[in-house]
Design a protein. Structure first.
Length: 518
């Protein structure tokens, strides 16, 4: 179990910096966190280290050889007339990092990666020469299909050139050929994708391919039912000399809520001819849009990655339910992430009994929580209220808890309700700190998925001493409300809206489309 934690208050600062990088309206294009010290107890505590708007060059200038750093870099990739935003996770492992610190890294990587959120590419490096804008863009274009590897006849070196004049790429670009064939598909292709995504059909997976290796026309290769073995069945049909685009439907169970998840898999076999691979870059954007929206995607020529275990891991990472905290708390929901036949899952959802209502007890004094950082008045009442929000059989869709007095560390149940966010907000006070869980839904095609939002309310008029203590409480309170998909920190009415929550959910789930308007 990881013993990783935060320097008090630094997790909130880091989250703000991540939001800035992910916000199209801010110039911030990089941020990173690191350990508070290279030795001693602080060597297992994280802190926010910096952010800026000067791109990869500015970012790497902040990285000495004796530290480990975790960063996010925002770049843009141009496909035809659309400029798409890409996020790259960078793990900097300096050459002079101490052996003991390196040894802990494997345990810390998962929680840190989850904290920083979904990215399009991961990159690990330990020298300044390995961290350049050109190398980052090579990885981005290689994944998105907007570039292809070519040999420079003057140097003999292999470089990545953009097919379409990528934004922010190196100077070695070529324009798109006028006679490039645009990818197309027969009507059965979008129909079978809709069937996989729709509750009306038993299909849980489909494979799309070209009608012949020299063609630009997509056809349905195979499709099937059942979620127990759909990944294994699909993997058995992948061949090293072919290209396949796949959609897979899985289910994720959080308490009594069943959510449908869709995964896009792109398979380019290692024996696919070089000329055919070069053509695929011009098709990638249109094909991805054909399958979108999906919760996560996998681009791999390795059969060892096309497993049910790995697919479910990617789903949980994308939805924020995989190793959700940094402070060593056990993850309470991983064992429930099991794929089941859709009919069986729906039957379970319909038959799921509502938890028995516990009789309301008069507070008999504070009860110590497991973290020993905060205390709960009538803990069973609070946990039952949270369970009601998670229960499909219950109409309760929000819960709020607050402190029993200013500067206190004791929480009590404030209110619950069935009136959605507007009703929750009616209980918020400017002189109080409150924590809540809000249940909402996201619709993808014909499927409705349940989403949970953790709400942290810091009223603008709370006492300065209370504000100072909040950082020490954040991890313990957060643990009470786990698992959830996204969190929102607000101190004013306009910082807590359905629009803000929806945007966060779509970004976390991978169903948001980040396109800049030119």
């Amino acid at each position: 179990m990881s013993d990783l934690s935060w320097v008090p208050g630094q997790d909130a600062v880091a989250r703000d910096a991540i939001e800035d990088v992910r916000n199209d309206n801010t110039p911030t294009d990089w941020m990173y966190i690191t350990y508070a010290s290279t030795t001693g107890p602080d060597s297992q505590k994280l802190k926010f280290a910096g952010s800026g708007s000067g791109g990869v060059a500015e970012f790497k200038s902040q990285l000495p050889d004796d530290i480990i750093a975790f960063g996010i870099v925002r770049v843009t990739d141009k496909i035809d007339d659309s400029v798409t935003v890409k996020f790259v996770w960078v793990n900097w492992l300096g050459k002079k990092v101490k052996t003991m610190q390196k040894a802990r890294l494997s345990v810390h990587l998962g929680p840190v990666k989850t904290f920083m959120g979904q990215t399009h590419q991961d990159y690990t490096c330990n020298t300044q020469d390995e961290l350049t804008h050109e190398i980052i863009m090579e990885r981005v274009m290689g994944y998105s299909g907007s570039g292809s590897k070519v040999i420079d006849s003057s140097t003999g070196k292999t470089t990545l050139k953009s097919q379409v004049g990528g934004v922010g790429t190196s100077s070695t670009v070529t324009t798109k050929k006028e006679n490039t064939e645009v990818v197309s598909w027969i009507p059965d292709v979008p129909a079978v994708i809709r069937d996989v995504k729709g509750d009306h059909s038993p299909l849980s997976w489909a494979m799309i391919t070209y009608d012949n290796p020299d063609s630009h026309v997509l056809v349905v290769h195979a499709a099937g039912e059942g979620e127990d073995d759909n990944i294994a069945t699909l993997a058995g049909l992948l061949t090293p000399d072919a290209v396949f685009y796949c959609i897979v439907r899985k289910t994720e169970i959080i308490d009594n809520s069943v959510t449908a998840k869709f995964v896009y898999i792109r398979w380019i076999g290692e024996n696919v001819p070089r000329m055919q691979k070069a053509k695929l870059g011009t098709h990638a954007g249109d094909i991805y849009n054909l399958f979108a929206p999906c919760h996560t995607s996998l681009d791999s020529p390795d059969l060892h990655e096309i497993t049910d275990e790995n697919i479910m891991k990617q789903i949980m990472i994308a939805s924020g339910t995989f190793k959700h905290v940094l402070e060593g708390h056990p993850q309470p929901v991983q064992e429930q992430r099991v794929a089941q036949p859709r009919a069986q899952v729906q039957q379970q959802a319909q038959q799921a009994p509502r938890p028995a209502q516990q009789p309301r007890q008069q507070p008999s004094g504070p009860v110590k929580s497991e973290s020993k950082v905060i205390e709960l008045i009538n803990e069973s009442e609070i946990r039952q209220a949270i369970a009601d929000v998670r229960n499909d059989a219950s109409e309760t869709n929000w819960v709020l808890v607050t402190y029993d007095a200013p500067q206190s560390k004791t929480l009590k149940l404030e209110a619950t309700g069935t009136g959605n966010l507007a009703e929750l907000k009616s209980h918020l006070r400017q002189n109080s700190v409150m924590y809540g869980l809000y249940r909402t839904t996201e619709q993808i095609d014909d499927s409705v998925t349940i989403k949970f939002t953790y709400v942290v309310w810091h009223g603008e008029k709370i006492h300065v001493m209370q504000r100072a203590k909040l950082a020490t409480h954040s991890g313990a309170v957060r643990d009470i409300f786990l698992p959830f998909h996204v969190d929102v920190l607000a101190s004013s009415d306009d910082e807590l809206t359905e629009e803000i929550i929806t945007k966060k959910i779509k970004s976390a789930a991978g169903t948001a489309v980040h396109v800049l308007n030119l």
